[in-house]
Design a protein around this ligand. Structure first.
Ligand SMILES: [Zn+2]
Length: 445
């Protein structure tokens, strides 16, 4: 449903409500306004999200106040309900942005929510249409004025590493690799000459992308295991494995239980100057006996099988379930898809997928023996070899149990690490940031 349709529907429902006023006894009218069915909060360093789920689209007005900092949201035509009063209980004491929340009946037709803030925020407030399993949602995202940047976090990590390694004489001559901008800045600063990094020692940056998160749980097993939780656990273990290897460094697209839009996952890989991108998921199917891992690469010309096509459609729904303001979505990635470099990247993606699948097959028999292709939004990166791993079928009770076990998670993480290493040893070019740094040092380019 478009925004215009949504607005029209809201208008019509108001008109209906008005008509009801003319003849219904007063005590029945209270049942007509939007009913709040759930409230949720997803605190994270990057941004905190509060979701109000209702039986109808919530008409709202929002404004910021200073001294002290507050965000006020008025819900029109909403009577304060117990579930809404309980909103305060959903706010974690260590929420980075929200200190407290108060809910009250401001006027007979307006419920007012006041968020007392810990720091200045840039709110993004938007409505989402119903999508299984949710009804209408009003999403309140609180971003810091200075956005958190996972790429900046990577740099901080590398800096920390440099400080640790400076105690070791051999390694002290090897400054950690930095993105090209920083290298270029240093090259143009005459007071701070930097030695050229020995290239064979620069790590490859592997971006690990745990699927789903926050409002979007992903697939759910029969015993309640959520895809978003197990894929994050495996991604964290894999990150540790890559970080322990001096030749690789891993960056996670999300480090907690919050939602990141598909396009933003791809953008993060680009900003981190990723050499490789591995999206991590767990599959689900109606038949509980279906089992095994699969690895996918991008195809924009149709899927390699009906199942692959179906899966890509399901995974691409993540933005609708997880909640993204449509206007905020960038078509940048779709536009660059036509870039010629994609042909080379696709070959590398397939090689990477084969290497990872071969290692996963050593953990347990794969779902299919070959790499499959489909049009996954998260793999639309024109110049970073990208694959999507379905670790196992969470809908299979045996695999659901395994996915929760630390030992099995470790085996899967190790398989991803070995697969990536196998690919890097056979096919990889020099790490990307080094190529960019070399280009920026060359005055002719
Ligand atoms: Zn998934």
């Amino acid at each position: 449903m478009s925004r215009v349709q949504a607005a029209r529907r809201a208008f019509l429902s108001r008109a209906t409500l008005l008509a009801a006023f003319t003849w219904l006894p007063t005590r029945l009218i209270a049942a007509s306004p939007p009913r709040i069915v759930a409230v949720r909060a997803w605190p994270a360093e990057e941004y905190t999200r509060v979701t109000l789920e209702a039986s109808a689209a919530l008409e709202h007005e929002a404004f910021l106040l200073e001294n002290p900092l507050r965000l006020v949201i008025d819900l029109k035509g909403v009577v304060v309900q117990t579930i809404l009063r309980a909103l305060a209980e959903h706010i974690a004491p260590d929420d980075p942005y929200i200190a407290a929340v108060r809910v009250g009946q401001f006027t007979p037709e307006t419920t007012r929510i006041v968020f007392d803030l810990k720091q200045a925020v840039v709110p993004q407030i938007f409505l989402l249409d119903p999508i299984d399993p949710y009804q209408y949602r009003l999403v309140i995202d609180l971003y810091p004025e200075k956005p958190q940047d996972p790429v900046a976090r990577l740099l901080a990590e590398l800096d920390k590493r440099q400080r640790t390694e400076s105690d070791t004489p051999v390694l002290s001559e090897t400054p950690p690799r930095r993105p090209a901008e920083t290298q270029a800045n240093r090259a143009t600063n005459p007071r701070k000459p930097q030695p050229k990094p020995p290239e064979q020692d620069a790590p490859y940056v592997i971006v690990l992308d745990p699927g789903h998160g926050g409002e979007d749980p992903g697939a759910i097993g029969r015993h309640g295991t959520r895809e978003k939780d197990v894929v994050l656990a495996v991604a964290r273990r894999a990150k540790k494995r890559f970080d322990d290897d001096p030749k690789t460094r891993a960056v996670l697209t999300r480090s907690g239980d919050y939602f990141i839009a598909l396009g933003e996952r791809v953008n993060r890989a680009r900003r981190a100057q990723a050499d490789l991108f591995v999206s991590i998921h767990a599959d689900a199917f109606v038949r509980p006996d279906v089992a095994g891992s699969s690895v996918y690469a991008l195809s924009d010309r149709g899927a390699s099988s009906t199942a692959a096509k179906w899966l890509a459609q399901k995974e691409n729904q993540s933005d609708l379930i997880g909640g993204v303001q449509l206007a905020a979505r960038s078509d940048h990635v779709a536009a660059t898809l036509l870039d010629l470099s994609i042909t080379a990247t696709r070959t590398d993606s397939l090689r990477l997928a084969q290497a990872v699948l071969a290692e996963l097959a050593r953990v347990s028999p794969p779902h299919r023996p070959e790499v499959e292709t489909a049009n996954f939004a998260v793999l639309r990166n024109p110049d970073v070899p990208s694959v999507l791993v379905e670790l196992a079928f969470i809908s299979n009770p045996t695999e659901e149990r395994r996915l929760k076990s630390a030992d099995y998670q470790e085996q899967l993480a190790e398989a991803i690490y070995r697969g990536v290493k196998r690919y890097l040893e056979r096919h990889a070019p020099r790490p990307r940031a080094l190529m960019l740094a070399a280009k920026s040092r060359d005055p002719a380019s």
